[in-house]
Design a protein around this ligand. Structure first.
Ligand code: AQP
Length: 326
């Protein structure tokens, strides 16, 4: 059975980009694969967090994943820091990666740009991500387009390790869906939608009330030529709306475009479609939030299942690199 692994940071509410680019594919793949999903809290510590808020955010993110449709009977859901093997393999990956290749990572450049000081963790982030993936003998990693470069690095590190120390790791491949693999900011459609962009009007959080979703989509930046056409390079704002509508209606963005000649109706229908798409998620989230004990129980079971796999792979890695067995 194909082993699938992916993760998401606990900081910030689930935004529409996370949902469409990643999580909805996780919900599908849990039906056919041995699927493991992780709330990557150690990754979020690359920036200082308020401890109490951070603890709550981690449980909230797990609740969001379950509300989105991840079913603990069909997949494994756990918190990264509950499985210490992640941190240990991350160190071994840091000793495998070259300084130069980490410096070339786009996300490192973006996150460190204009900052007086960034943690060493921001730099080493892709090594922890490689460890996350390789620890589970992962075949496929469903992620949004923004993670492609990190996935390529993971593959390079695994291949380098295997050629130095003998076959140890499965070489994973990224699975990046076509439509909505890169949901763009509604106010600045040449940048990806993200929790860390300064203007919250450009981002739809999956828990935004329907009226707010509608308002944000109606105010989305388009362009001046007035033609509804799917062309991501020439018409990023309109194409982004068409992708949202297409995903919600399960059609292609090109065929969604055929029904419109003006931006107003396109925005109205897109808003309606996104509200409907998120409605079941919002209802399930409200129900699950009333039962944090259940979410913690799921995470505890998930950590047990994940540890059993991760420890086996870590033992293999320790042996192959020459660490004395414990
Ligand atoms: N805009 C997006 N379009 C498509 N996919 C996206 N993902 C994130 N943004 C988009 C995908 O979501 C998954 C989780 O990514 P993450 O843990 O990096 O999420 P995050 O930090 O919560 O996402 P943000 O909002 O994008 O955070 P920052 O601002 O920190 O970069 C991944 O599969 C990712 O590809």
């Amino acid at each position: 059975m194909t082993r699938v692994f992916s993760g998401i940071q606990p900081t910030g509410d689930l935004q529409l980009g996370n949902y469409l680019g990643a999580v909805r594919h996780w919900v599908e793949v849990q039906e056919t694969a041995d699927a493991i999903f992780c709330v990557v809290d150690l990754h979020a510590l690359t920036f200082a967090q308020d401890p109490a808020l951070f603890r709550a955010a981690t449980i909230r993110k797990a609740t969001e994943l379950m509300a989105a449709g991840l079913d603990p009977d069909r997949c494994t859901i756990f918190v990264q820091s509950h499985v210490p093997a992640h941190a240990e393999l991350a160190w071994l990956m840091e000793c495998t990666a070259a300084f130069g290749e980490l410096r070339r990572m786009t996300q490192f450049k973006e996150k460190s740009e204009g900052q007086d000081s960034v943690s060493a963790g921001v730099f080493a982030y892709p090594c922890l991500m490689a460890a996350d993936i390789l620890l589970y003998d992962t075949d496929e990693v469903p992620v949004g387009e923004d993670q492609r470069q990190h996935l390529e690095l993971t593959r390079d590190l695994a291949l380098r390790w295997n050629s130095r120390y003998g076959d140890t790791f499965v070489i994973p491949k990224p699975v990046i869906a076509g439509v909505a693999a890169r949901v763009m900011d509604l106010q600045e459609p040449t940048a990806k939608m993200s929790k860390s962009r300064p203007n919250p009007q450009g981002r739809i959080d999956a828990l935004d009330p329907p009226a707010e979703i509608t308002r944000k989509i109606k105010r989305a930046v388009t362009d001046a030529d007035g033609e509804v056409r799917y062309d991501r390079a020439a018409k990023p704002g309109v194409s982004n709306l068409l992708e949202l509508l297409a995903v919600a209606r399960n059609v292609s963005p090109q065929s969604a475009a055929d029904h419109y000649s003006q931006y107003g109706p396109l925005k109205t229908d897109t808003a309606e479609a996104v509200v409907e798409l998120l409605r079941p998620f919002q209802e399930r989230f409200a129900a699950l939030s009333g039962d944090p004990g259940y979410v913690r129980e799921v995470l505890a079971k998930g950590a047990g299942k994940a540890t059993a796999i991760a420890e086996t792979v870590l033992r293999r890695a320790r042996e192959s690199i020459g660490l004395v067995p414990r």
